[in-house]
Write a new protein. Structure first.
Length: 748
């Protein structure tokens, strides 16, 4: 059985005591008469029933005394401060420490009233427990009352310290760790879920499954096996002191299996050499890839319980189970265990990870302590926006140094986030040179959308044997191309894929393509198919985009080397209505300019130089882009200003979007009916949340995000907009999805 306690290997003895004391004292003020009346639903004074601030003051004062901090202007230890902030906000979010470090006259007056309501029996029992760690704990109401002026002055000392000198990112991570432990334990205990025993994972389950990537023994499978063996050899020899790693391979060479095998080998070594078993947290940029990769792992592990494999995103699992039949968890308990990442392998999104690493909200930070000591895989890491490279780099380095977290950055186009970290694959460029799968045909002269339509119909469709992927930059341009191909009567299975399609249908279409149900198929899509979607076409044509997006699109071309060479066409398509390139609506101008400059300097792209020009591209991007957003956030966080994290946006600014439920079929009608009943029901808020969790996954399968300007007249249930079944024909097309206001379905 794996160890069940939180990661504590780099935690000092003093910090361990502070964690324990914070747990013991965080609910100290719940012993007041006012709070007890509140929980018994009796008449009470709401202000006097609040317990966070007084509990924080009591813990702060005891830890100050325990550590024997002298009354200096700037105390060296921040541990009393950590306890104070964590306890004060343990039912809220972390904000600005300087705003929270106050004890006003009105606060003291309130605390004196609250202290007068505390039962002596509670103090006696608590004293007996605290004596395990604290000699003469200061917990009696009279002691606390007399020391309140001293406590206020000591809080001022910390406020002055933060204002003058700030702290370090290491300190901020220490606060996040304490806060996470406190709120997670508090919620799990209150819910009744409790701690879940950590199960073992089968040894080498990935390697046993892959078996040299099976038959037939093709060149691509030989290269996949070669890469896997190199990864496994690296896992055996790399120093465990190296906690930041890079794995760079061309698309289609089994990066997913190889990196899971690497993580599993490292987990085994850490278990033997350092005495604990790291969780594996596997992060991907898009939910569509998560479902695909989670499904593969689910089958490989023979339908494991949640405690072994967990999928976490807004459309993820809703019920948690351990597989031992000893306990069935309620939806509320399941929600806490899933969001807390209580599993050996967690498959989740970059967004979920980032808002835990760089988070301030109670909900996201609750799982922060489970990141400590874990192995985090970032697949398609180039998806992290440049403006947060520095922020991610500094947080990852600090977590690696202080809490033993390991990061593995995986991609075919490795961004220059770190100056120098060990590369798992000794010579990635050799693999790029050994995979002659794609010829690039790039023409960056201006092309109108009409001309591109004609090119697709007159040349590509006829020359590709109807095995074609078309990637456009906007939903509107993709829809126009799709309709042109359909109206031309092309004899092929024509598929359309954008975020205008409800998620339920998106996943069905991706699965259909992956299964290869038909030989003749043409997929028209936006960039939703890039970055990890395991599909394979003999020909790809893409609107101009940043270099990493072009390379990712080409990764869907001749992926399994089923033909001698595939072709990836890149064209520069302009919107004649505005004179702007469609790429400029989606991507940063610096990225586009850098891409054009590099392509022109190298007279195109060739697989033999793919690795080197990708490295050159990211070097130029890092020189040409500002990291001011990251620097500003880090400066605020160095003063424990967690409010700065509220500005983090992993997805570039988009037009104001509205979530819209599409009542597409009978199942959707049933889910919508349940949601309407729930919104109108008279029940406590927490109960409504429990009931919502039961239908959330089904509900999300029919929700798309729509620009507010395109919404038009819709129905609402609560704050959720919806297109009713009566309006489906007018507002939602089976092929192309949502129809913006003022438009109508295109008759095909």
């Amino acid at each position: 059985m794996a160890d069940q306690v939180p990661y504590t290997h780099n935690i000092s003895p003093d910090f361990s005591k502070v964690i324990w004391i914070s747990g013991m004292l965080h609910d100290y003020a719940k012993s007041t008469d006012s709070f007890q009346k509140r929980v018994r639903k009796k008449e009470h004074n709401l202000r006097e029933s609040r317990h966070g601030h007084l509990s924080a003051v009591v813990a702060f004062h005891n830890i100050w005394n325990l550590l024997d901090i002298q009354n200096v202007q700037e105390p060296k230890s921040l541990l009393p401060l950590f306890a104070y902030l964590a306890i004060k906000q343990h039912h809220g979010n972390l904000g600005s420490a300087q705003d929270d470090l106050s004890l006003k006259d009105s606060d003291i007056e309130l605390m004196e009233i609250q202290l007068g309501q505390i039962d002596d029996r509670f103090i006696k029992d608590l004293h007996g427990v605290l004596n395990q760690e604290i000699e003469n704990p200061v917990i009696t109401p009279s002691q606390i009352c007399s020391d309140l002026p001293k406590i206020r002055e000591n809080l001022r000392r910390y406020k002055k310290k933060l204002r003058r000198n700030g702290t370090t990112l290491t300190d901020a991570i220490g606060l996040s760790y304490l806060y996470s432990l406190l709120i997670d334990a508090d919620k799990l205990e209150a819910s009744g879920a409790g701690m879940v025993p950590r199960p073992d994972l089968p040894d080498d389950f990935i390697v046993k499954h892959v078996r040299s990537f099976g038959n037939p023994v093709t060149k691509i499978n030989r290269l996949r096996t070669k890469a896997l063996n190199e990864v496994l050899e690296f896992a055996q020899r790399v120093s465990l002191k190296e906690r930041l790693l890079s794995l760079t391979l061309p698309t289609g060479l089994g990066k997913t299996y190889s990196v899971i095998a690497l993580a599993q080998k490292l987990r085994h070594r850490v278990s033997l050499e350092e005495g604990y078993k790291p969780r594996i947290i596997y992060c991907l940029p898009f939910t569509s890839i998560i479902d695909q990769n989670w499904s593969d792992l689910y089958d490989i592990l023979n339908k494991p319980p949640s405690s072994r494999l967990l999928k976490h995103h807004h459309m993820g699992d809703t019920l948690y189970h351990t597989g031992d039949g000893q306990k069935e968890y309620s939806f509320d308990e399941s929600h806490l265990l899933i969001e807390g990442w209580n599993s050996e392998i967690v498959v989740t999104t970059f967004v979920q990870l980032f808002f835990t690493l760089a988070g301030y909200r109670n909900r996201s930070l609750r799982r922060f302590h489970n990141i400590a000591g874990s192995i985090i895989i970032l697949d398609e890491v180039q998806s992290i926006p440049f403006r947060y490279w520095k922020l991610f780099r500094e947080i990852a380095k600090t977590l690696a140094e202080t809490l033993g977290t390991r990061f593995i950055l995986v991609t075919a186009t490795q961004p220059a986030i770190f100056d120098s970290i060990p590369e798992v694959i000794q010579s990635p460029e050799e693999y790029f040179g050994e995979v002659p799968r794609v010829t690039y045909d790039i023409d960056l002269t201006d092309t109108s959308l009409d001309d591109f339509k004609n090119y697709v119909l007159d040349s590509l469709v006829k020359e590709t044997n109807n095995d074609l992927l078309l990637v456009l930059n906007t939903k509107k341009s993709a829809e126009e191309i799709y309709c042109a191909v359909k109206n031309a009567g092309v004899n092929a299975d024509l598929i359309f894929l954008t975020t205008s399609i409800i998620p339920r249908h998106r996943m069905e279409r991706i699965s259909k393509i992956r299964r290869g149900d038909t030989q003749d198929r043409i997929l028209v899509s936006t960039q939703i198919v890039e970055a990890g979607v395991d599909i394979d076409f003999s020909t790809v044509a893409r609107d101009f985009a940043p270099l990493d997006s072009i390379i990712q699109a080409s990764g869907r071309c001749n992926r399994n080397m089923l033909s001698e060479r595939g072709t990836c066409y890149v064209r520069y398509i302009k919107d004649e209505r505005t004179g702007r390139a469609f790429s400029s609506y989606i991507y940063d101008a610096t990225l586009l300019d850098t891409t054009r400059r590099i392509i022109e300097a190298h007279n195109g792209i060739d697989e033999s130089n793919l690795h080197s020009i990708s490295s050159e591209y990211f070097r130029e991007v890092s020189l040409g882009k500002s990291s001011s957003d990251s620097s500003r956030i880090l400066a605020d966080v160095a003063k424990l200003g967690y409010h700065a994290f509220a500005d983090v946006r992993l997805i570039d600014d988009q037009p104001l979007l509205t979530d819209v439920f599409i009542e597409y079929d009978t199942h959707a009608s049933n889910v919508l009916s349940q949601y309407k009943e729930l919104v109108g029901a008279s029940m406590p808020r927490f109960r409504k949340r429990q009931e919502f969790l039961k239908i959330r996954r089904d509900l999300m399968e029919y929700i798309i995000s729509v620009p507010a300007k395109n919404l038009g007249a819709v129905n609402y249930v609560g704050t959720l907009a919806y297109i009713s079944a009566y309006d489906i024909d007018r507002r939602y097309d089976d092929d192309t999805g949502f129809i913006p206001a003022g438009e109508s379905a295109i008759i095909l």
